[in-house]
Design a protein around this ligand. Sequence first.
Ligand SMILES: NC(=O)c1ccc[n+]([C@@H]2O[C@H](COP(=O)([O-])OP(=O)(O)OC[C@H]3O[C@@H](n4cnc5c(N)ncnc54)[C@H](OP(=O)(O)O)[C@@H]3O)[C@@H](O)[C@H]2O)c1
Length: 431
Amino acid sequence: MRALRIGLLGLGQIGSAFYSLLHQKREYFEKEIGVRFDIVKVAVKHRSKKRHVSIASNILTDRAEDLIQDASLDVIVELIGGTRDARRLVSQALRAGKHVVTANKALLAEYGDEIFELANRKRRWLLFEASVGGGIPVIKALREGLVANRFDSIYSIINGTCNYILSEMTAKKTDFKDALNQAQAKGFAEADPRLDLDGVDAAHKLALLVRFAFGGKVKLKDIYCEGISRIRSEDIAFAEEFGYRVKLLAIAKKTKDGIEARVQPTLLPKDHILANVNGSFNAVLFRGDEVGDSLLYGRGAGGHPTASAIVSDLMDIALRQETRFDEDEIQMRAIRKPLRIKNISSILSRYYLRFHVVDRPGVLAGIARVLGAHRISISDVIQKERSVGNIVPLILLTHDAHERNVRNSLRQIDRSHGIQGKSQVLRIEGN
Ligand SMILES: NC(=O)c1ccc[n+]([C@@H]2O[C@H](COP(=O)([O-])OP(=O)(O)OC[C@H]3O[C@@H](n4cnc5c(N)ncnc54)[C@H](OP(=O)(O)O)[C@@H]3O)[C@@H](O)[C@H]2O)c1
């Protein structure tokens, strides 16, 4: 029987679920698949902390280095999160000749170049299915199932917390704060949810998708990243009136002068397949030159789905154990040359613009004049009578316009008389 001796770093939400899964399905893996997984040592930060899983005290340590130095271990499963300790421990594990499985998208988005390179140099597998889309086999789909394709685009919902909040705001007409409280009460959002809400977590995952879909290096700072904290319930309601839903999308598109890579709240037509991905679910829509559109959908986070992806990586390692490690060509392609990522100011898109304006004649004409001067044409308008004091919301949809022109015009409009507060600008995708 094939066997893997595992050192587990981290016994938090994911580590505990992974530990339980291996115990509960031990017989199934051994009898039906012929693979034996043994968790030999587990490292945590606080050894005396109360755990959700029962674990023999002789395998638990607070010295992660013990796992690195244990020559009997085949693989280290890194589930501690963060980048500082994880970078050091993953590098040490690879240098010590161990394979590594990780769920850490932040680590790979920031230090992927050095870690993938090190893994290849040391001829060890570095697998990371759990880092994007939880239990959905997104990386496997890219590396294997869709390998025949060159990709035109990826449209994805890869942050369950934001998707849950926006879905609640849409379905129950709640405001952002209530929806966030709900997400926290249900355990979808962290106590400090900034990485999710600011779009950074989705940008980490998009960086990995772009690397493997388009084959090259990506700097995290080149991915434009905008979160959902400025979305108001009125934006959701107005979008609805125009026939759209608001989703936090992570988008990558190939264009003739580079790749667009951005995370942003986006208006999608209500009948778009991603507009109907709700709650904490994730989905990734690939457009490949051979398959056309291909959608992966499922639970993008949480203990069970993420542990499922980790086992998939371990199974790969177990099944490849007896084959010689040749260079991982697909991983090397992802670190060889830098990809050309377009600056957000040069993209072309349609826009949703929302202003709060003084209800008097000439304000709309003034806004239209500024937009026109920047070559932005309006496709739709809603001006509401429901006023607060003398202030009414005014919503404009535009035809395709350059982001740079939109920003310049909004800077001018926001300073003019008759406009209250900062305008809202959201991009529109689909149809
Ligand atoms: N949560 C999800 O739904 C999800 C989904 C996909 C991927 N991920 C990724 O999975 C990873 C783990 O996430 P999580 O939610 O399980 O985190 P978590 O609940 O905060 O658990 C982290 C664990 O790592 C341990 N730890 C931290 N620093 C350590 C160190 N230097 N040495 C040894 N142990 C250390 C902690 O020990 P103590 O318990 O003693 O404090 C804890 O057991 C992250 O990279 C995350 O991005 C999470």
